[in-house]
Design a protein around this ligand. Sequence first.
Ligand SMILES: Nc1ncnc2c1ncn2[C@@H]1O[C@H](COP(=O)(O)OP(=O)(O)O)[C@@H](O)[C@H]1O
Ligand SMILES: [Mg+2]
Length: 223
Amino acid sequence: MTAIITTVGGQKGGTGKSMITGNLAACAARLGARVGVIDTDFSQNTTDKWHISRSNQPAAAPIDCTVRTGPDMEAQLDEWLDADAYDHIFIDTNGSDSYELRKALTRSHWFLSPIKPQPADNWTLGTVESLLLGAREFNPQLRCRVIVSCAPTHAGRRAMEIRSTLQALKQYPALEVCRTVISDRAAYLRAWLAGQGVTELASAKLTTDAMEEVSKLHQEIYL
Ligand SMILES: Nc1ncnc2c1ncn2[C@@H]1O[C@H](COP(=O)(O)OP(=O)(O)O)[C@@H](O)[C@H]1O
Ligand SMILES: [Mg+2]
């Protein structure tokens, strides 16, 4: 079986790339998939740090994670693919148009690009579309979704901010947007600090909305 390779990237930091990488990885692992993650963000290593905290969660489904940059990232990917080691491989990148992002996109099935529903994030959409179209010259099968991330939960602000992002996206016809929106919720932070995905938290009033978002996102992309 060939691994599904997902690259999470964009032109901005702090949009939830690592949060979405970790949550999709944990969701897939919980469903029984063999999951490997390559964290290419050498300066922050956010996903790798999350993965280290995960060692305190003996009941959590196993995920492998490694930090690799430059050509080492591609060598790691080749090694994992040759060994048929994983069903899902996630590549988390930093918030820029980097060597790692460009290279990863030429090898991926999915390009997921989270953006916060804010003007400064909308202004990066042109770069995201260029990266997608450039990568498709080498990898025509590459699929892409923009994910609205860290959306406010306050109903009025939420509707207004999501609407303006959807409006901005109309200028970039190659960019499709996920129906599922990831909101700004304490449950994400709680799970992250514990090395978990929100779908691994105990079901409770404060966690179910986040759990549902990640399950829906996973279904929308992979099922
Ligand atoms: N959906 C969310 N709800 C609450 N906090 C979030 C959410 N997504 C990300 N964060 C927080 O926002 C910050 C940036 O997220 P991160 O995933 O590291 O962004 P990136 O990888 O794009 O730089 C982190 O402190 C993270 O814990
Ligand atoms: Mg990150």
